[in-house]
Design a binder for this molecule. Structure first.
Ligand code: ACO
Length: 512
């Protein structure tokens, strides 16, 4: 707390100061995947609303994704690792039941000698990033805060077994810098959470990357959690504004509405569902022209309508213009990369910021729906600053995200056949030790961290791709430098050997 005029006060405007995103260099085209999977044309592209799906070779894992995005953000901001007092990771990509991803990231802090960094990992399906964000904001607002920034990292590799869930995969990571006087502030006292014990999506097989999914139940659980969170959010918003105005809170009070995005079609339906909620909560819908023709749905119970196609269509149509303006711009990355799990909602925030004019971000209020199967869900809201002057934080953030589209364009297309082989390779080698990845590193974006090898004690060793030739650990000249040697003293010669000839993902790899 700050001390002002002898009184303690909360730090002002705690929220997101900056945000960076990383998605893998490879993608598979969803239209081509429809043909390969022998499903009807349009099922993935129109039915699910997905264009492309990002994925990683065996060169990347959850640690490397998070190393890449954290370093990317720190480099962009020109920060030193001494300036971070808390670092927290949200992920459901578990490669170690004890050691957190956070502790791996501490290797980046080593040169600065900063080991005084609170926070570990948070896990509950796609909700972990939101838990990490809330914890970090709470830290800045607490008596434990020491004046430094917090860093929130959300990262995942979303892969499914062959079958109907596979096209809803994706991969990526987001890093957010948290502190006071932020350009994007979490509104205080305005959060609504819904949690329940449900087996809709879970990962009981620790030897596999794949979840066990009850697809229909997961969609129903998402809709139920959305209804419950929205009901609580509206109630709290109305209470907070009591005295100022007496009207019902509706979607009209938000300038944008962003959702956790397993696939884009679900998001459009979800905005429709919120407009159905608005309609049902309206004390006098007959007074509003916009609701004409929808009267027949007035007496339906929310919980009886999760799979009611008539209600769904009616309110998707009703909210179409609102979707175009308030939600669709947030789906840029989700449509091209797919479900990133924990970073998904924050990738939507990045997409939204990147696709607006800076003037249109001024003072806006954004609804954020976070959903993690199992289940944990929260609806909260963000307020953007009114300061978009030259040199302001928001202008800087907006400008720094203008390269998102070109980064998406610069990825490498892989055929469905090779994509399938790579997923097979990842699956069979998931917990293999020792292991030397065979994927090529040349395809990765510059400065990407990647897995060098796993030693016989399951210790992972990472390197970072540079652009210039330099000496690597094994003395060979290559594009690789800046190896992150975790416990290098214990790594034997055997594992310092160059890995097998890298296999080009584009040309394909043969599994025996
Ligand atoms: N052209 C156009 N649309 C088509 C076509 C076609 N040729 N074929 C099918 N469709 C439509 C369907 O009508 C359906 O649309 P609708 O939902 O509006 O009715 C849509 O495409 C999907 O088809 P389904 O047959 O319903 O798909 P399926 O049941 O095979 O799989 C599912 C969908 C359940 C979402 C599956 O991909 C899955 O399990 N994914 C993982 C779980 C998930 O993402 N859950 C969401 C929340 S939890 C989380 O984030 C992990």
């Amino acid at each position: 707390m700050n001390k002002q005029n002898g009184h303690h006060s909360w730090p002002e405007d705690v929220g997101i100061i900056d945000i960076e995103i990383y998605f893998p260099a490879y993608f598979v085209d969803q239209g081509e995947l429809e043909v390969f999977d022998n499903v009807s044309k349009g099922k993935y592209t129109i039915g699910l609303g997905q264009n492309r799906m990002g994925f990683c070779s065996d060169r990347e894992d959850i640690n490397s994704l998070c190393l890449t995005v954290v370093e990317q953000l720190m480099r962009k901001r020109g920060l030193t690792y001494n300036q971070i007092g808390r670092l927290e990771v949200g992920t459901e990509t578990i490669i170690d039941k004890s050691k957190s991803v956070k502790t791996v990231l501490m290797e980046l802090f080593k040169d600065c000698g900063n080991h005084d960094v609170e926070g570990v990992d948070s896990t509950n399906a796609c909700y972990g990033g939101t838990a990490a964000l809330f914890n970090s904001v709470a830290w800045v607002e607490s008596s434990a805060w020491d004046g430094r920034y917090a860093l929130v990292v959300a990262g995942d590799i979303a892969v499914y077994a062959e079958g109907n869930a596979r096209p809803t995969g994706g991969a990526g990571a987001v890093a957010m810098l948290i502190g006071p006087n932020a350009p994007i502030v979490l509104e205080r006292g305005l959060r609504s959470t819904y949690m329940e014990h449900v087996y809709d999506f879970y990962k009981p097989n620790l030897m596999s990357e794949y979840p066990t999914v009850d697809g229909k139940l997961s969609v129903q659980s998402y809709a139920k959690a959305l209804d419950k969170c929205y009901e609580g959010f509206c109630r709290k918003a109305e209470k907070l504004s009591k005295g100022k105005d007496k009207k019902c809170f509706t979607l009209k009070d938000l300038d944008a509405m962003l959702f956790h995005t397993p696939y884009c079609k679900l998001v459009q339906k979800s905005l429709g569902r919120l407009s159905f909620n608005d309609f049902k909560r309206d004390p006098d819908p007959d007074m509003h022209l916009e609701y004409r023709g929808l009267e027949i749905y007035r007496d339906l119970n929310l919980e009886d309508t999760y799979f009611n196609k008539d209600v769904e269509k009616a309110f998707v149509d009703h909210s179409k213009a609102m979707f175009e303006k308030k939600t669709k711009p947030s789906l840029l990355i989700a449509k091209e990369v797919g479900n990133m799990y924990t970073p998904s909602l924050y990738a939507c925030l990045v997409s939204y910021i990147a696709s607006q004019r800076i003037e249109d971000l001024l003072g806006i209020r954004v609804g954020m729906f976070s959903y993690g199967s199992g289940l944990a869900a929260t609806l909260f809201s963000l307020r953007f600053t009114e300061d978009i002057a030259k040199g302001s934080e928001l202008r800087y953030l907006h400008e720094s995200l203008q390269n998102v589209q070109s980064r998406l364009t610069n990825r490498i297309k892989v055929s469905p056949e090779n994509f399938t082989e790579i997923l097979k390779l990842r699956n069979v080698t998931h917990h293999q030790a020792p292991y030397s990845p065979i994927g090529t590193v040349e395809d990765l974006f510059p400065k990407t961290w990647y897995l060098e090898y796993v030693d016989d004690k399951h210790r992972r060793n990472y390197s970072q791709l540079r652009g210039a030739p330099c000496i690597t650990l094994n003395g060979h000249i290559s594009k690789v430098s800046n190896s992150l040697h975790i416990e290098t003293s214990k790594v034997t010669d055997e594992f310092c050997k160059p890995s097998a000839t890298p296999i080009s993902i584009k040309e394909g790899l043969q599994l025996v």
